[in-house]
Write a protein that binds this ligand. Structure first.
Ligand code: TYM
Length: 336
């Protein structure tokens, strides 16, 4: 072994990622690739807990893979794969289901929010979602899991499940740590700064997609909700401006304090265009590479194939251990 710590993270192909996904997760994924052994996944199994049209799921999966390559996830350095290509994820989920309490899963905020938002489709998958997420992480014995703030509760559950299993059977899983970026762990909606920016928002002015063109980005920032007063500063009484400053700081790679100093004295309209320009400039190279990858389906296929083979080899080692520890009879020349 090379002594490097292992990182695992994943993103759902439910639509084009927003700059919230980018700043909260994807950009950090890219920077961790030299220091850590990184494993990144397109979490397609997670995306079907809310109905998604089959054609859309197919399209989103390839787009997301291209976007991950475009932000700089390098398949020569990291394992990059599509979750459903590695059956061990579904198998470990079942085994972990039997080691997770109903009450623990019921407490998950995302489950409560999504059930309230889609009362006609409160499916068992939606309830089981965090257990699948725990399986993703624990299969690879991940030490660190870079995520945005909204996923920290799921990460706590993964830790609880790992600890319980380790105590009940014997040490089996690494207990993972969640890590969040210093700036950008929660990017809020441009139209409602009290809510997180989400690709599933009904109001398209609330989010900036990573593939939005310059005009769209300017238009959306122009409409962004601001606060009373005219000062450009961060603070609990200024959620709209704080969010815009956070986006600006994260795209420029500066602290919130420096962003405040840079923009002090500007009017709101000028400030919004300053933020829009930083976002446009930051996304431009990613968008260019994205278009190139989307035009190279053979390459995408080879990335998926190689990633799935490597991930499956790693995952099955943990899975076999879990089966054996729980007392399942395994065949002699089994996969592990
Ligand atoms: P997903 O697809 O909703 O989001 C992917 C990543 O983006 C982060 N994120 C944000 N960060 C800051 N501000 C926002 N507004 C914002 N919106 C989203 C998320 O925190 C996440 O890190 N369940 C996960 C996917 C997943 C996973 C895993 C993650 C499946 N298995 C195992 C970690 C480990 C999800 O739905 O992410």
């Amino acid at each position: 072994m090379d002594g490097k710590k292992t990182v695992f993270s994943a993103i759902k192909p439910t639509g084009t990622p927003t700059i919230g996904n980018y700043l909260g997760a994807l950009r950090g994924w890219q920077t961790m690739q030299d220091e850590y052994r990184c494993i990144y996944s397109v979490a397609d199994l997670h995306s079907t807990t809310i109905y998604i049209a089959p054609a859309e799921l197919r399209k989103n999966t390839l787009e997301l893979l291209s976007l991950l390559l475009a932000v700089g996830i390098d398949p020569e350095k990291s394992v990059l794969f599509v979750q459903s290509h590695v059956p061990a994820h579904a198998e470990l989920t079942w085994l972990l289901n039997c080691n997770t309490q109903f009450g623990e899963a019921r407490r998950m905020t995302q489950f409560k929010d999504k059930s309230a938002k889609h009362p006609d489709n409160v499916n068992v998958g939606l309830f089981d979602y965090p257990v699948l997420m725990a399986a993703d992480i624990l299969l690879y014995q991940a030490d660190c899991v870079p995520v945005g703030k909204d996923q920290m509760q799921h990460l706590e559950l993964a830790r609880t499940i790992a600890e319980r299993f380790n105590n009940k059977y014997s040490p089996t899983f690494v207990v993972p740590e969640g890590i969040m970026p210093a700036t950008g762990a929660k990017i809020c909606s441009l139209s409602d700064p009290s809510a997180k920016m989400s690709k599933s928002d009904d109001n398209e002015n609330g989010y900036i997609l990573m593939t939005d063109d310059a005009d769209t980005i300017r238009r959306k920032f122009k409409r962004a909700v601001t606060d009373s007063g005219s000062e450009i500063r961060a603070g609990a009484d200024k959620p709209g401006i704080t969010n815009l400053l956070t986006i600006y700081a994260a795209f420029c790679g500066i602290t919130l304090g420096k962003a405040e100093a840079d923009c002090a004295g500007m009017g709101y309209a000028e400030f919004k265009m300053r933020v829009a320009d930083a976002v446009i400039a930051g996304l431009a190279p990613v968008q260019k590479r994205f278009a190139e990858y989307m035009n190279n389906k053979d390459y995408l296929e080879s990335v998926m194939r190689n990633g799935a083979e490597t991930a499956a080899r790693m995952a099955v080692r943990t899975l076999e251990k879990v089966y054996r520890k729980m007392g399942f009879v395994r065949l002699q020349h089994n996969r592990g």
